[in-house]
Design a protein around this ligand. Structure first.
Ligand code: ARG
Length: 467
């Protein structure tokens, strides 16, 4: 049976303490303690504001600040005694402060855990996004280095997983960099959305006390580019809103999808069937049974983790969809998925960078795969177009030639010219020149195409952007 003692924080209204089972069920300190530094920053800004408006004295503020600094030092040294009895990070810190500093009893003036946790999380999102932007940049740089090392390598590009058209490996790697760069931008956008201070919203309807929200926002760095404070505009929305959680988890999930697609290409490329690339031993594992095996586990796990990142997003959408305004305790469950998404995204980006850093292209295999002249069949149709043949007719004629080559079991460029001219009279003696790979690529001069001038431009662009 619960003891008949009141809870330290809200004990006034209660005659019995929470059941031990309830404490175990409802605690969040086991996971929200990672907010400690942000919680303390928030409390310091809040108490500085309370002193500014005269709700506490300067001496009380200084005592609170010194106490909070000491607690943070203990937490960082791993010496702080977290206690599930105090439920969450906010109350653990407040209780510890109360034991050291009498003025701690005034710290929660004009504040609720509802606006407190919303503030802590917005600070956390800003910091988390900054970390992920850097990690993803690291993966992009690793890909750029791989592209630089393989500037002269060509492979077939695929559609429907069938060989389609030849591309420089760099062009393929640039596609991956584009995907990751959008992710990086997305995290920067999430950070910008998080950059609005909810503190001062109270539990739901603000406070009757004369607080200065803009002062707090400024002190915590919730400012625009010109240094002007940014504060939330509706107290009810501010404590109920979890959009940033969803947007953060979305950015993680989409990064996961991109990492997964890159990983899938690498899995295929490293198989004996393709053998375009050799992945580094350090990011592969062997089989406990088959001695010859080298498995691309880092890539497979990148694919797998993306499922988890999508699951976290789904958890948040489901968690919030049916909640009445404003705060409901369900919302405590908003933190494990975003923390997990952060942790997994961070390690995924690092593993992706590590995997591609040690990867080596197999030049012979790439050259052999790209040598098939049929990959330039579309260029042959373009050749006819330039001779005035309508594209559909040109496509048909080249299709017929491909069929003929297949029937005669010869490569497309080995067909006799007179046979080819029988299919369409617009083919000239120069038709085989189309199959020169470098010439074919040199003609792809438009923006975003894989021609050498464009590839060079892209190298410059990424070298500058990722410097
Ligand atoms: N641990 C709580 C959470 O994460 C803090 C807010 C609690 N608010 C309340 N009214 N019980 O959501």
């Amino acid at each position: 049976m619960p003891k008949k003692s009141a809870h330290a924080t809200w004990g006034g209204r209660f005659t019995a303490a929470p059941a031990e089972l309830m404490l175990r069920f409802s605690e969040s300190v086991s996971f929200d303690r990672r907010l400690a530094a942000f919680d303390i920053a928030g409390s310091k800004a809040h108490s500085a504001m309370l002193a500014k408006v005269g709700l506490i004295s300067a001496r009380e503020r200084d005592a609170i600040h010194a106490g909070l600094d000491a607690i943070l030092a203990e937490i960082e040294a791993g010496k702080f005694a977290w206690d599930t009895k105090h439920e969450d990070v906010h109350m653990n810190i407040e209780q510890a402060l109360t034991q050291r500093v009498p003025a701690a009893a005034k710290l929660h003036t004009a504040r609720s855990r509802n606006d407190q946790v919303a503030t802590d999380m917005r600070l956390w999102f800003k910091s988390a996004c900054a970390v992920l932007v850097e990690r993803i940049r690291g993966a992009e740089r690793a890909l750029l280095t791989l592209a630089q090392q393989n500037g002269e390598v060509f492979i077939p590009g695929y559609t429907h997983l069938q060989r389609a058209q030849p591309v420089p490996v760099a062009h393929h790697l640039f596609a991956w960099i584009e995907m990751l760069d959008r992710d990086r931008t997305r995290f920067a956008e999430v950070a910008a959305k998080a950059n609005v201070c909810p503190l001062g919203s109270g539990a739901i309807a603000g406070t009757t006390l004369p607080i200065d929200r803009e002062f707090v926002a400024k002190a915590l760095g919730f400012v625009d580019a010109k240094g002007r404070p940014q504060v939330t505009q509706k107290s009810m929305d501010a404590v109920a809103d979890r959009d940033t959680f969803v947007e953060f988890a979305t950015a993680c999930a989409l990064f996961g999808v991109h990492a997964s697609r890159i990983a899938e290409d690498l899995v295929l490329w490293s198989s004996a069937e393709f053998k375009f690339i050799e992945l580094p031993d350090a990011f592969c594992t062997g089989s406990s049974l088959m001695p010859q095996k080298k498995n691309p586990d880092s890539c497979e796990l990148l694919r797998g983790k993306s499922a988890r990142l999508q699951g976290n997003l789904h958890t948040l959408l489901t968690l919030t969809k049916g909640l009445p305004l404003t705060y409901n305790r369900d919302l405590q469950e908003d933190k494990p998925p975003v923390f997990d998404s952060f942790d997994q995204t961070e390690i995924c980006a690092a593993v992706l960078a590590g995997t591609v850093t040690g990867a080596k292209f197999n030049l012979d295999r790439c050259a052999a795969a790209v040598a098939d002249p049929a990959l330039l069949a579309t260029d042959l149709a373009d050749y006819l177009v330039l001779k005035g043949v309508p594209f559909r007719e040109a496509h048909h004629a080249v299709g017929a030639i491909v069929r003929l080559a297949e029937k005669n079991s010869v490569a497309l460029n080995q067909l006799p010219t007179d046979e080819v001219q029988k299919v369409h009279p617009a083919f000239g003696a120069d038709w085989v020149e189309i199959f020169d790979l470098r010439r074919a690529l040199a003609k792809r001069t438009g923006t975003g195409m894989p021609g050498p001038a464009q590839v060079k431009k892209q190298f410059k662009r990424w070298e500058k952007r990722l410097a």
